[in-house]
Design a protein around this ligand. Sequence first.
Ligand code: DCS
Length: 284
Amino acid sequence: MNTVFVNGEVIDRVDAKIDIEDRGYQFGDGIYEVIRVYGGNTFTMKEHMERLYQSAEKMKLSIPYSEEELTGHLLELIDSNQVKDGIVYLQVTRGVSSRQHHFPSKDVKGSVVAYTKDLPVPLRQMEQGVTAKLVEDIRWLRCDIKSLNLLGNLLAKEEAASDGHFEAILHRGDTVTEGSSSNAFMVKDGVIYTHPVTNLILNGITRRVIEDLCRRNAISFQEETFLVPDLFEADEVFIASTTSEVMPVIKINQQVIGNGKPGSVTKKLQALFSERKREQSPVK
Ligand code: DCS
């Protein structure tokens, strides 16, 4: 049986029901997190939970559980579904109330849903690299909130995917911001560049792990904006997310990046990232 968490209960997936007047369903008025599970253990769970509560605060959403309670429920769910390599998806909306734009009264409780999914690490793509399409960033100005409102991201991803690309790399004017569901990085002369943490990008947890790995291993990591021409002239480009880890980008649009193969800095980071995963998993 595949179980899901719905408002405090762990139930069979087929029994899960959502009210048609849930504000997540009607407005995308909610937030979410995607947390990795490796070998049955969560990876950077604390960071994801903290970001969830930060997103909630930024949109004045009250989560009806403490962080500890919610973490406990997720661990129970992972256990119940015997997840080995996969993800847990967690979503909180502003709850159910008759459709109106302004927020419902304080006694309307947020809806909390979570489910797990088996998802292997995309090893082949990580080894060979993927291609990306450059797409204009038409999203709103609070991309720091991990909101359910993903239409700008979806349109970009679809534009890239329908041309056979793995990811859309977004640019606002001349500035490269991030991927449609990842952070974007370029390497030039041994230095890694990525957009600074502002309202224009999501402060990715994988990005933070990469920053920490760079600091500990004397790899130069610069939080500095870079431009579209810089991206095309980079030695290496990679994207990073919970599901894709450190993913080399070997071609953008029709243009080959560097020598068209995953670069040495990217490969070094992949190795360090794998090591970090092993360190975080308790030895069984
Ligand atoms: N930027 C955007 C717009 C994202 O959607 C994501 C992750 C990231 C950056 C990277 O953040 P993490 O490193 O914290 O994952 N998006 C999640 C998603 O929607 N599916 O998988 C990850």
